[in-house]
Design a protein around this ligand. Structure first.
Ligand SMILES: [Fe+2]
Ligand SMILES: [Fe+2]
Length: 242
């Protein structure tokens, strides 16, 4: 249900990093979030190593969450080589794992992909030379294209782009500049900036980055890695009105 001002309250948190010895790690937090928001968005690194045992633990907490839970996987969810199993467990618990298809909740569109690395501006890696270099860049291009395709299907006036990797350097401030190219790719911002309906972008991955930034065209970008939020707000999630 949206707010009296007609806006949807979107709670967002990234980098949950659930481990197999955790006991109901997010149950209480999800219940607190549900009291303050209409939708919960999870921005990847949901598990620490991409183990199904970790996913099962998070799945139990998702089952108890009374508001819709949507989100994307992160690189940590790929570590054991079975991201599809991790996604299936979370999906089974009721979470919408965005990757190929956008969804609409209360008139607000949500499009999401994990994203990938590759750098920004002059630091952007080009698809040139060795096949493995081209394959690396291709991954970033494929993720950006999936995001663009989802955004194109949305007929909503307002939408949110959900990512794990960052579309901009602005929200990486605080991380060593030498690793910026591993924290995201400008190609994601290029996809987002083709659409007027994207009102907010949320991402995680940069644990030591900055909360607020923007794409080159000015779409607001929020780094919702829980460690960034804890430091800024004293709580591990953000609530955006969209
Ligand atoms: Fe992370
Ligand atoms: Fe990550």
């Amino acid at each position: 249900m949206s707010n009296s001002n007609g806006k949807l309250r979107v709670a967002a948190i990234g980098d949950l990093h659930v481990m197999e010895d955790n006991v109901a790690p997010y149950r209480e937090l999800f219940s607190e979030i549900a009291a303050n928001a209409d939708v919960l968005v999870l921005c990847g690194d949901l598990t620490n190593f991409g183990k199904t045992s970790e996913a099962e633990i998070l799945a139990e907490d998702i089952r108890t969450c009374p508001i819709p839970v949507i989100g994307v996987l992160g690189n940590h969810d790929y570590e054991c080589g079975q991201p599809e199993n991790v996604a299936a467990i979370l999906h089974e618990a009721g979470m919408t794992v965005l990757d190929e298809q956008a969804i609409e909740i209360e008139g607000v569109g949500f499009a999401g992909v994990k994203g990938f690395m590759g750098g920004y501006g002059r630091g952007e890696l080009a698809p040139f030379g060795e096949p493995i270099a081209k394959a690396f860049v291709q991954e970033a291009m494929d993720e950006a294209r999936k995001l663009e395709n989802q955004l194109r299907t949305l007929r909503t006036e307002r939408s949110v782009a959900v990512l794990h990797y960052s579309p901009t350097v602005e929200t990486l401030e605080g991380e060593p500049e030498a690793i910026f190219q591993y924290l995201g790719t400008q190609r994601l911002a290029d996809a987002i900036d083709r659409f007027d309906h994207v009102k907010a972008v949320v991402h995680g991955h940069a644990h030591h980055g900055k909360y607020e930034g923007a794409t080159p065209r000015g779409t607001p970008v929020y780094n919702v890695a829980q460690f960034v939020l804890r430091e800024k707000f004293g709580r591990p999630y953000a609530v955006l009105e969209v």
